[in-house]
Design a protein around this ligand. Structure first.
Ligand code: FA5
Ligand code: MG
Length: 478
């Protein structure tokens, strides 16, 4: 294994993750910066905004069993195979996923534990909250470690009372859910033969009843979060010495769109309009029956969702940058209290220092023009059409095997400059008309959340990143 893993591997080539030892191999790609953050478990830190957000969502599922302490290293079987990911799915590639070794990964989503919890079958409804890991883009709403909450609800076909159908039972349960008066855009039909098919094991009515139960349950979460966000804004205004006037809140805009996941059908994503753009907050759908069958509960049917806790916490507290969750600065941490949800008040914003790096790609990668256009497109916040794999937002299938992947520059930036970079964007690309070589220019926006960076420090970091790009990917700097 290459020297970049030395700091996290012991002499015997083992990788230690919280006392558990894993043999490294040619698949190992977990850098020490990521490993050292594994013990943080923000969702379990009592007054941390991620933990407060988790508890707030859990409170909307009072009868469910809540799991919060699953270990983040899982098998490839748990993370991908058990969920029906095809072998060539881009989510499996080393450009997207942190491999501990060829058989183990840092979980890329909480769905990795779905099958195990279905198998244990201790409660019809459950949630699983955990830290998850992805090699992904760098910007204000993406971070290589974040937190998800999985939720699922199932019904047992064999336990429906005499004289009632399963669909009737589910509709009855829908009636018992709290009602809300939020208007949610949902323009698509509940199922669609090509885009969002009904499974053969479900009747149309069963699927529709489950879909309504699922969507209503999640809409109730959004309603709760926004009513708390309103209170939080009021509490923050009241705390200001002058009794600052309460800003007018923009009306909440929420919509359902169709989605694809290998482990649900039909599937949807929920988006919320935030800071001028649609922000995806969760994915969900009707659980593929094969997963329940393989978990030895073939008579059960149901739904599942996976929600990004950072994204919800950012809406709740108006936290402007996802890196803040990792801050140990008391000016950040002291603002959160389980008992009173109060909007985050930014301490002063420090100046940004943008630096560009332009380079020619090595010949092999440059020959395939898709490498560049595709990866660049993958960084936009619109969901990619590949959809439904753990990095659906940040990568594209065709690039998994090529020499330079956009996630590679992200990884170099992360490992060199850590949380001192706000975002990385592709600002220019072109192909030399004569040589056919491809040139890329990325803008790296340096900005600390806690202090002003000196010019020398910024230049130093930037020089290191340039040197790493040459060393690791053989690019030619321009
Ligand atoms: C999943 O991870 C699916 N496992 C969700 C699911 C579960 C679907 C159960 C169906 C049934 P996705 O990759 O879209 O899907 O991620 C889910 C959510 O995690 C996103 O909607 C977003 O809120 C959050 N998320 C994804 N990537 C990041 C990131 N890099 N940083 C912060 N949050 C992220
Ligand atoms: Mg998604």
């Amino acid at each position: 294994c290459s020297k970049r893993y030395n700091s996290s591997a012991s002499e015997s080539n083992d990788l230690l993750v919280e006392g558990k030892s894993y043999k490294t191999d040619s698949w190992t790609n977990v850098p020490s910066t990521i490993l050292s953050a594994v013990p943080r478990r923000l969702h379990q830190q009592d007054s941390h905004p991620i933990a407060i957000t988790r508890k707030l969502i859990e409170s909307r599922f009072p009868s469910y069993q809540h799991h919060n302490d699953f270990f983040p290293v899982v098998t490839v079987g748990q993370n991908f195979d058990s969920l029906g990911f095809p072998m060539d799915h881009p989510g499996r590639s080393r450009t997207d996923t942190y491999y501990v070794n060829k058989d183990h990964v840092l979980q890329t989503h909480t769905s990795a534990h779905q099958a195990d919890v279905f198998r244990a079958n201790t409660s019809p409804g459950f949630t699983i909250s955990a830290d998850v890991y992805r090699r992904d883009a760098i910007d204000r709403s993406h971070y290589p470690i974040f937190h998800q909450m999985e939720g699922a609800m199932t019904w047992d076909r064999n336990a429906v009372p005499e004289g009632k159908t399963l669909a009737q039972q589910i509709w009855e349960d829908v009636e018992n859910l709290p009602k809300h008066n939020l208007v949610v855009e949902d323009p698509n039909p509940p199922t669609h033969a090509e885009r969002n098919p009904l499974q053969k094991d479900h009747s149309q009515e069963e699927a529709e009843a489950m879909a309504v139960h699922l969507k209503r349950s999640l809409e109730n979460v959004v309603v709760e979060i926004f009513s708390k966000a309103k209170e939080a804004a009021a509490a923050a205004a009241a705390a200001e010495p002058e009794g600052a006037p309460l800003e007018e809140q923009a009306p909440l805009q929420v919509r359902w769109i169709e989605a694809y996941f290998p482990f649900t059908s039909p599937s949807w994503e929920l988006e919320i309009f935030w800071q001028g753009d649609w922000l995806e907050v969760l994915g969900c759908g009707i659980v593929q029956q094969s997963i329940l069958n393989n978990a030895d509960v073939p008579s059960r049917v149901g739904w599942a969702f996976g929600i990004g806790l950072e994204r919800i916490a950012m809406l709740l507290y108006e936290i402007p940058d996802i890196r803040l969750f990792w801050s140990q600065d008391p000016r950040f941490l002291s603002q959160f209290d389980q008992k009173l949800i109060r909007r985050y008040v930014p301490f002063s914003k420090y100046p940004a220092a943008p630096r560009d790096v332009a380079f020619w790609l090595p010949k092999a990668a440059a020959e395939d023009s898709k490498t560049v256009t595709g990866t660049a497109a993958g960084t936009s916040s619109t969901p990619s059409p590949a959809g439904g794999h753990p990095s659906a937002e940040g990568a594209n299938a065709e690039f998994a095997t090529l020499a330079f992947h956009e996630n590679d520059i992200m990884e170099i930036v992360r490992n060199t400059a850590g949380d001192l970079v706000e975002d990385v964007t592709l600002v220019d690309e072109f192909v030399h008309p004569k040589t056919g070589r491809k040139s890329l220019c990325y803008r790296i926006n340096y900005r600390s959340l806690e202090r002003t960076l000196s010019r020398e420090e910024t230049n130093d970091l930037h020089e290191k990143i340039r040197a790493e790009l040459v060393e690791k990917f053989g690019v030619q700097l321009r």
